[in-house]
Design a protein around this ligand. Structure first.
Ligand SMILES: [Fe+2]
Ligand SMILES: [Fe+2]
Length: 389
């Protein structure tokens, strides 16, 4: 499939063109998110080509084309970033800081307070992570357009409900944060000194109950604010989910970078990928601060337990909460010396594996078949990318 025949998804109905302009200064500052988002009423903007074409004065020329493979990799990453923005926006509306950088929502004081039990700066970190994802999404799509390739829009799949709790906007969402099944094996995977998933090793979850049943990571309605114990469990679930999402990005970028052709596209993938690592490190640290709590969801009867990860039977290096830097482990070959690395980084099938992991998370519960087909198509194209094509 040539670049020209990749599914073109430029929205024809956005307000971006009326709020955007061709001025160099706007492009240089980044896009005027406030007017952009206000015009759309939501984050995760479908970005029209016209608003994004102005080159930055003095910047390296961006004319010329990129390969079919590079296009496919960037299109998949654009979709992943749109999904990240959507989920982070929901967290920010309720538990972050709402301002001109990340508008939307009005905050939920009780949820914000429960999150602050892990770190008093949680609201700022949630805000900053949300803004980062939005810029990733907008930048990758703008870069695609600058190369004559179709940007990605998921606007037509924005059909999932918002939380009914105080603070959330009532708009259509792409992701569902109210029925998560969270894989926390990253916690022990990054603490292991002997295992690497790329060599077939498996790892126990830090919070086994999060891997069973469905758990809200945001209050579904104000009913979920009534029991402080359960609300803390929701906030703890969110904290572990933050790291689960960002460790996925931490692996995805180096996985796909190995099949990029253009040095400029490699620069983009390495530079954005590095911020995913920064996010993961932050959230890995905060998750370890989750207060011990055990709660039963009053609506579903599902149990969740956050144990003390520093006490028996969990004490030891695989659970020690302050081991937030990747422990050295086997890399490439068990005969080579241990190395502190991102894991996994094997490239084969990485995009489809990312879709599978997000799906298993419960993030897409309620999404349409057309959504899954579209994501699978993007992932198939990205996984078909090879160096030299
Ligand atoms: Fe991102
Ligand atoms: Fe991210």
């Amino acid at each position: 499939m040539t670049r020209d025949t990749l599914p073109a998804t430029v929205s024809s109905t956005t307000d971006v063109e009326s709020t955007g302009n061709d001025s160099v200064s706007q492009t240089k500052q980044g896009f005027d998110r406030r007017s952009l988002l206000k015009g759309l009423g939501i984050v995760g903007a479908a970005v029209s080509a016209g608003s994004l074409l102005a080159p930055e004065a003095g910047a390296e020329p961006t004319n010329g084309s990129i390969t079919r493979g590079d296009t496919a990799i960037l299109r998949f990453l654009a979709a992943a970033e749109i999904l990240e923005t959507d989920l982070w926006q929901q967290y920010n509306e309720l538990g972050g800081i709402q301002d001109s950088e990340v508008p939307g929502g009005s905050g939920n004081p009780d949820y914000t307070e429960a999150l602050a039990q892990l770190d008093e700066d949680m609201a700022q970190y949630i805000h900053d992570n949300t803004e980062d994802e939005l810029t990733h999404e907008l930048f990758i799509n703008a870069y695609l357009v600058s190369k004559g390739a179709a940007p990605v829009s998921l606007e037509r799949f924005r059909t999932l409900p918002s939380s009914k709790a105080t603070g959330a906007q009532q708009v259509g969402r792409l992701t569902n944060l109210m029925q998560l099944t969270v894989d926390t094996t990253w916690y022990t995977r990054y603490r292991s000194r002997t295992g690497n998933p790329d060599l077939g090793d498996t790892f126990p979850p830090a919070i086994p109950t999060l891997a069973v049943g469905q758990h809200p990571a945001i209050p579904r309605s104000n009913d979920d604010l009534a029991d402080p114990n359960f609300l803390q469990a929701i906030a703890n679930t969110a904290a572990f989910h933050f790291a689960t999402i960002e460790q996925g990005g931490t692996s995805l970028y180096p996985q796909l970078a190995q099949r990029v052709n253009s040095v400029e596209v490699l620069r983009i993938v390495l530079s954005i990928g590095g911020t995913e690592i920064a996010h993961f490190q932050t959230w890995g640290d905060k998750a370890g601060n989750a207060p011990q709590v055990s709660a039963i969801d009053p609506k579903t009867g599902v149990l969740v337990t956050f144990p003390d990860l520093n006490s028996p039977p969990l004490d030891g290096e695989d659970f020690q909460t302050n081991l937030i830097m990747p422990e050295p482990t086997v890399f490439l070959n068990r005969h080579l010396p241990p190395c502190s690395v991102i894991r996994p980084t094997a490239t084969r099938g990485a995009a489809m594996a990312a879709v599978a992991a997000l799906t298993a998370d419960g993030l897409f519960i309620g999404q349409s078949n057309a959504f899954f087909e579209f994501m699978r198509e993007l992932a198939t194209q990205a996984d078909a990318a090879r160096r030299g094509f």
